[in-house]
Design a binder for this molecule. Structure first.
Ligand SMILES: Cc1cc2nc3c(=O)[nH]c(=O)nc-3n(C[C@H](O)[C@H](O)[C@H](O)COP(=O)(O)OP(=O)(O)OC[C@H]3O[C@@H](n4cnc5c(N)ncnc54)[C@H](O)[C@@H]3O)c2cc1C
Length: 475
């Protein structure tokens, strides 16, 4: 360790002008996992099950990260659930959809891993007690492959609950209020541990030959958004407060390569005047998107980048989701939006239009035309490929929305073994998974692919990290 690292390990560090004294003894582990979202928990549980001593650090007061907020679902192709429902799908189609959605700027080797392992990742989550037995369709997907709990409840809470319970059952060491402040290296540049700031700001060191970085994205960092995409500075975002990219900065400080940091996803349906994301499954489940003039303006099932760009060109740059009872009954998560008073409802289109400030006659005409297309399963206006329900039920619904910053596609460069790379190769002992990494989604992520990514790459990171830790373990 160099002088600064020794100082840190010895318990004294200068942070800015503040002198901070550590008051805890140095600890030891095989693996420190930074972050407790889908990627962090999946990697930690996998490594623990492979026999490693694992410590999970979470800077926020609760575990779960953005993963816990995920609503729409988890993409996977060729699952037992799809087979039961008679949905034809395979990993190659998921691969092609993902590459196309990412404008072919994704790393194909990583996408192949994502698609090939997706069905197994769903089975893994089912084995841990998650419910992924329902399916919906997300933008850019050739088939319905977005797995979510029965009745269409939000996926994130279900998955994180299962992971959390499994960590508790195993009596794993998961520390909330614990921020990774610096990564430590030995003289050869290999990972040597992590400096941690605890709930009251005291610093301590965990010596470990392996770190798995699973610290999520940076959509909630105004500084980083301004730096990489200044034109988005005024946008709201859908993320949890901890999605600030400080884990990414730790990796950069270690010399990790990064890619695509300017590829920031704007989601077309953040509820107006709120932080709440209206899941893509609402469009997939039958909602149309209209502008303030009551006109549809795009095939609602196109990818997020395309729908957002089109929406920003509409009057005031906003949209309104409109749907009927079929969509509402398919998706339990809409009850959550109702609970938050985000959903308007009425017994006829004109009354609904009035509530959301839209021209009623125009909206009635748009909805009638859509219902005609829906009946014959052919959308003459925008070629929408799937129209599961008409919008003609006794009660009709609308949610005003606008585009919001949602997801950061870029991150640390890593390989198919989840090793985090510097220009000259692997930073030994350093693995990464989830939103903090770059390359899986290219320029645009498909809805449902992120939860899938966190479980698949999290599991690979856990396996690889445990093997490496075993090989370098001294005792
Ligand atoms: C509202 C919403 C809905 C979404 N819906 C879907 C969906 O339906 N399907 C889908 O595929 N994707 C969805 N996504 C995207 C997806 O949820 C996330 O991209 C994914 O869960 C990220 O997982 P992760 O494990 O990489 O990061 P997170 O789940 O964000 O976990 C990272 C954790 O690391 C912690 N952390 C950060 N820095 C440090 C540090 N220095 N020390 C300690 N801890 C640290 C953070 O606090 C956080 O808890 C949604 C996202 C949002 C915001």
């Amino acid at each position: 360790m160099n002088r600064r690292q020794l100082l840190i390990a010895g318990g004294i560090s200068f942070l800015g002008s503040r002198l901070v004294f550590a008051n805890r003894a140095t600890e030891r582990a095989d693996i420190v996992v930074i972050g407790s979202g889908g990627a962090g928990f999946a990697s930690a549980i996998t490594a623990f099950d492979a026999g490693a001593k694992v410590i999970v650090l979470e800077k926020m007061p609760i575990t779960g990260g953005n993963s816990q907020l995920a609503a729409g679902g988890m993409n996977a192709a060729g699952t037992s659930i799809q087979k039961k429902m008679g949905i034809p799908d395979d990993w190659k189609t998921m691969f092609e959809d993902t590459m196309k959605g990412g404008q072919n700027t994704n790393d194909p080797a990583l996408v192949e891993i994502l698609a090939k392992n997706s069905a197994e990742s769903v089975e893994y989550m089912l084995s841990l007690g998650a419910d992924l037995t329902d399916i919906s369709r997300a933008g850019g997907a050739a088939h319905s492959r977005t797995h979510l709990p029965k009745g269409g409840s939000a996926v994130g809470f279900n998955i994180i609950h299962a992971l959390r319970q499994n960590a508790i059952k195993r009596k794993m060491d998961v520390r909330t209020g614990s921020r990774a402040k610096a990564l430590l290296q030995d003289k050869e540049g290999r990972i040597a541990g992590v400096m941690v700031s605890d709930r009251i700001g005291s610093l301590y060191t965990i010596e470990a030959p392996v770190v798995i970085l699973a610290s999520g994205g940076f959509s909630n960092s105004p500084e980083l958004i301004r730096k990489y995409r200044p034109e988005l500075a005024s946008f709201w975002n859908t993320n949890q407060p901890g999605a600030t990219g400080d884990g990414l900065m730790l990796a950069i400080a270690l010399g990790a390569e990064v890619r695509d940091l300017d590829k920031i996803q704007v989601h077309p349906t953040q509820a107006a005047n709120s932080k709440i994301l209206i899941s893509e499954s609402v469009r997939g489940g039958g909602a149309i998107l209209v502008n303030k003039d009551g006109q549809r303006f795009i095939n609602e099932l196109l990818t997020r980048d395309k729908v957002s760009q089109a929406e920003l060109k509409q009057p005031d740059g906003v949209g309104i989701l409109v749907f009927g009872e079929g969509t509402r009954n398919k998706l339990k998560l809409i009850r959550g939006y109702e609970h938050l008073e985000l959903v308007k409802q009425a017994s006829n289109i004109e009354a609904l239009a009035e509530q959301v400030g839209v021209n009623g006659k125009a909206l009635a005409k748009t909805v009638a035309a859509y219902n005609d297309y829906q009946k014959v399963k052919k959308d003459d206006a925008f070629d929408r490929p799937d129209m599961p329900y008409p919008i003609d039920t006794p009660t009709l619904y609308a949610i005003p929305v606008r585009p919001g910053i949602h997801y950061t596609m870029g991150g640390v460069v890593f390989n198919t073994k989840t090793q985090v790379l510097r220009k000259d190769g692997w930073i030994m002992g350093f693995f990464g998974a989830g939103e903090v990494t770059g390359g899986v989604h290219g320029s645009n992520r498909l809805g449902g692919n992120s939860i899938s990514e966190t479980i698949t790459f999290g599991r690979i990171a856990g396996t690889q990290a445990a093997e490496y830790a075993k090989a370098v373990r001294k005792v």
